[in-house]
Ligand binder design. Sequence first.
Ligand code: ATP
Length: 580
Amino acid sequence: MKKISRYVMKYWYAYIFAITCMVISVSLDMLTPKITGSFIDDVIIGGKMELFNKLIILTLCIGIGRCIFQYFKEYTFDIVSSKIGMNIRHDLFKHIQSLSISFFDKTNTGELMARVKDDVDRIWDGLGFVGMLIIEVVIHTSIVLYCMFNISKKLFIIPCIAMPLVALFAIIMERKLDVIYEEISEENATLNTIAQENLAGVRTVKAFAREKFEIKKFLSHNNRYYELNMKQSKALVRYQPLFQFITKLLPIAVIIYGGVLTINGEITVGELSAFSIYSTNIVWPMEMLGWLTNSFSSAVASTKKIRKLYTNVPEITDPENPVALDEVKGTIDFEHVTFEQGNKTILNDISFHVEAGKTIGIMGATGTGKSSIINILQRFYETSEGSIKVDGINIKDLALKDLRSSISLVMQDVFLFSDTIKENIKMGKKYDINKEIMLESASYAQADSFIDKLDNKYNTVIGERGVGLSGGQKQRISIARALAKKAPILVLDDSTSALDMETEHAIQESLSQLENTTKIIIAHRISAVRHADEIIILSDGGNIAERGTHEELLAKHGLYYQTYMSQYGDYLESKQEVTI
Ligand SMILES: Nc1ncnc2c1ncn2[C@@H]1O[C@H](COP(=O)(O)OP(=O)(O)OP(=O)(O)O)[C@@H](O)[C@H]1O
């Protein structure tokens, strides 16, 4: 993370302008007690009536001038803090997007949402309204103290005693609040995660009648959040009376001691009255210290949280000098690839070769590492041993963008954005994917028939994660999306599982027409891979147990044959019976 000061420095000129306006406005404000003093000493006591009109006009001019400079000060602070907040959020979002999949494996979405939204908002406040008030308190207090010092050095002793006491309380309170804010920020992230997961999984919650349990879980964190906020309020109310005690005592002490000095002739009545007005002018900054400290602590705690997020760096990055690929043909080579996570071997010594335009089918029981093959092909994770090559070039030598843009992926877990079908198919590639390509892809994916029946056709907005569509319809839109990308390598990860046999068959027909596209088909159903040029069967421990064409594998009477029999056995038996 760029230091906050670097964001601020970008707008130094605006801050200088705003602070100058602030100094002028506060200085004008500080003239009022002097005018009051002069009114008492010169006009009322001294009888200089010729000054009356001048003082009235001066007071009016000061009021107008103050309004103008206040306006510019507040407006500038608002604009600058909004821009800085936007920049911080932009950089943070960009940083999160740059992190590797392994980071997202161990970080909750709710926590990230809290950082991007709430924490940035607090920093924004800290650099805007709160920051402005803190600077104003300092400037205001300094000018008031200077004016007081000029009136009477003896009377000046009183604020000199009061101010350090207030500052001491503010520091102690800030330290306490800092710790509480850390906890509040953590709990806010947890609360966000629970709410986000719960709402996203509301169907599962309802299906398992877990509403009560989930509400209880949410309530326990909500209570903790409430308790922490109460802890914060308690810390505030404990110190607030101390601030108020000193601030209320200050004008009284000024009047008593100032009265003695006036009787002794050391200061005039007008000077005492001006000093007394000044003393009330340092009351509000002191009273605000509690609130300002509170808001400042929260901004500091948020900064720490965001800083911590920046300590995570992308684990998988572009090579220093990536090999440029003008045109990817789509040849894929896995050479003795082993993939481990923690102490677990997920893939073990995997080797295969797929010629450009050919198809490889990957089968195996659940958890044998089929999806992991795709994850490492896209460099979502790094291989532990061996190498993966695309068109003969090690994928570690390719820019991540080049590698990933040459692969179209239909994921097992379909994710559709809450947007129109059109945007879901185009995925932001407005200009690369024209209407013709979109319609062709939808037709290849057998999605056109149901989309055409929708009221708004391709402009139909689908809910979060495609709610409102059936599982098969979602799968077909995600296949259309992958086809529209027109990448030289197409990966289908168990992506026709929700389709009926006829639709699956029609999609396979479409795929067979993509002669220049290398296809990797992961499936549990024999029907999805039987036409592949090579089929590999993974077994426990991520080993290749069998490989060959459909016919070769059937002849082996091994795992593939067993799967075939479990899926087609009944049909074959009935066929035999009919033949007999
Ligand atoms: N990021 C990861 N960290 C740790 N373990 C992982 C990770 N990804 C996958 N695994 C583990 O690796 C094994 C293989 O997972 P993978 O998703 O590749 O299986 P699969 O064959 O695609 O399963 P399925 O058919 O159920 O989709 C599983 O035991 C899984 O728990």
